[in-house]
Design a protein around this ligand. Structure first.
Ligand SMILES: Nc1ncnc2c1ncn2[C@@H]1O[C@H](COP(=O)(O)OP(=O)(O)OP(=O)(O)O)[C@@H](O)[C@H]1O
Ligand SMILES: [Mg+2]
Length: 264
């Protein structure tokens, strides 16, 4: 399986990682924010694109989604470019393209546009000066917005919660990956499956890990993201867990995830 090539970080076209899973609440936003903050801490300037109308990445990084003058909608419609829309965050080296609740309605409007799956790809096609990695936080569906993310991305990172129905969701997502590769984006690779909310004390977590590893031995990443209360507290302080509690288990795990993705 192809992986993110660290050498790509030095080229002008940055890797674009779509954090995707059609299942809700599996840790997409948590992973997008904290992987972004960990990459930034490692010195790789990162742009986080909040493509979810819930705008959880935006509010989780302490920005009010109703107050940004320009947001992802303006980027998708071509009314503004990344440089105009991106905002600094509390984490040095991490910038954010904010989302807005109105994006839910706008999705219908976008559906009538020409090349409607290509809007984000076009918007991200001009490399941003100094940006070494782009992360896209996707909504919990496989609709037009997620299709835009998968068409723009170079790889998919799939957070998967250690719970009973994990494998069924993954099969569906792998099918979507093949479909997108054959029709829209032949270069899209799987960066990895990252198991989230892992609780080493429960048999269920170990059982799910084993069955997902058996089905996707090359895709499952070594790094396990533990269930950690500091991770869930951080967004209410408008911070990544890396800033909120740099030494907690959650922060350590997301740093390890960033390093694993850079090394493989
Ligand atoms: N490792 C973790 N430890 C503890 N809580 C976590 C962890 N990961 C995520 N959570 C919590 O689980 C909830 C869902 O996480 P998150 O919002 O990241 O999922 P999501 O996949 O982005 O959801 P949605 O599909 O709605 O966008 C949040 O309340 C988050 O704080
Ligand atoms: Mg989310």
């Amino acid at each position: 399986m192809e992986r993110i090539n660290p050498k790509m970080l030095a080229t002008t076209t940055p890797p674009i990682i779509a954090v995707v899973n059609q299942k809700g609440g599996v840790g997409k936003t948590t992973t997008a924010i904290n992987l972004g903050a960990a990459l930034a801490e490692l010195g790789h300037r990162t742009l986080l694109v909040d493509l979810d109308p819930q705008a959880n990445s935006t509010s989780g990084l302490g920005l009010d989604p109703t107050r940004a003058r320009l947001n992802i909608y303006h980027l998708l419609t071509g009314e503004a470019d990344v440089q105009q829309v991106a905002l600094p965050t509390g984490a040095s080296g991490l910038e954010l393209v904010p989302s807005h609740i109105d994006l839910a309605g706008a999705e219908i409007e976008l559906a009538s546009l020409n090349a409607r799956e290509m809007l984000l790809r076009k918007a991200l096609s001009t490399p941003q000066p100094g940006v070494e990695c782009v992360i896209i936080d996707c909504p919990p569906s496989l609709g037009l917005l997620t299709l835009n993310a998968l068409t723009a991305a170079t790889s998919m990172l799939i957070p998967t919660q250690c719970e009973y129905f994990a494998l069924e969701g993954l099969r569906h997502l792998m099918y979507t990956h093949q479909l997108v590769r054959s029709r829209l984006n032949p270069k899209l690779v799987i960066a990895g499956i990252v198991m989230t909310q892992f609780d080493a004390r429960t048999t269920l977590s170990w059982d799910v890990l084993e069955s997902v590893r058996r089905s996707y031995p090359h895709e499952v990443l070594q790094t396990l993201i533990p269930r950690n209360v500091r991770i869930s507290e951080a967004p209410s302080h408008g911070k990544s867990v890396i800033e909120y509690d740099p030494t907690c288990r959650g922060a350590i795990a997301y740093r390890a995830l960033a390093k694993e993705l850079l090394e493989r």
